[in-house]
Design a protein around this ligand. Structure first.
Ligand code: DX5
Ligand code: ZN
Length: 207
């Protein structure tokens, strides 16, 4: 069964806890987008904000930062259940090994413009492949259709890995992504701009 991970970047930062508690009953994870203003041209949240949501639902931390190895200890201590790092960042293999050494799940993320083969050398270290369906940096962008083929190919090639899709996911593409073999769908604006976030999550789960 697919899990939905609402992206808290799409929530009201002034009322993050309430937003998290609202969606938690139907959420497999809360997706936390960490950006350093260098790997992507935006700054978002640090480990203290992640820690403030610990215990509401499992925490799925997506690091869009240039040097993930420098911050893995902090996010682990904050209570992350999954940490993903980008193949385009520095030392992705070392980062995955460091995450695994903490006994939590490790994800390898790749951008839509990065060749799908780019993860081959490191994927054996990962529990999850995070297929980006927008260029990272912001909520509310439109979905790159090539993500669907990527999910299908990775599902066949790596049957034991979790596959997560992130960016522009909504009720209009959730069915195709589930059929392609996705395990976790991340959704920011589709959930938090919805009049009824819980109903939207339920619809996305049904495909
Ligand atoms: C993009 C982030 C996504 C984003 C999703 O860099 O990794 O998680 O917040 O937001 P939507 O669903 O609005 O594209
Ligand atoms: Zn993300």
């Amino acid at each position: 069964m697919v899990e939905i991970a609402p992206s808290m970047l799409g929530a009201d930062f002034g009322d993050m806890r309430r937003a998290a508690e609202l969606v938690a009953p139907e959420s497999g994870y809360l997706h936390m987008d960490v950006m350093d203003g260098h790997f992507v041209p935006n700054l978002t949240m640090g480990s203290d904000l992640v820690k403030s949501l610990k215990g509401i639902a499992p925490l799925d931390v997506h690091l869009m930062i240039t040097d993930p190895c420098d911050f893995i200890d902090d996010f682990c201590e904050a209570g992350a259940d999954i940490i993903s790092v980008h193949i385009e960042a520095n030392k992705p293999k070392e980062a995955l090994q460091l995450i695994k050494s903490k006994n939590i799940k490790a994800g390898i993320a790749l951008n839509p413009s990065t060749p799908k083969e780019a993860i081959e050398d490191v994927v054996s270290e990962a529990d999850m492949i995070l297929v980006m369906s927008v260029e990272p940096g912001y909520c509310g962008q439109s979905f790159h259709e090539n993500a669907i083929d990527r999910v299908k190919e990775y599902r066949e090639k790596y049957p034991d890995k979790l596959i997560e899709v992130d960016g522009g996911v909504s009720t209009s593409n959730s069915e195709k992504l589930i059929q392609a073999g996705a395990d976790i769908l991340v959704a920011g604006s589709a959930v938090f701009n919805s009049e009824d976030p819980i109903q939207t999550i339920k619809q996305m789960k049904q495909g």
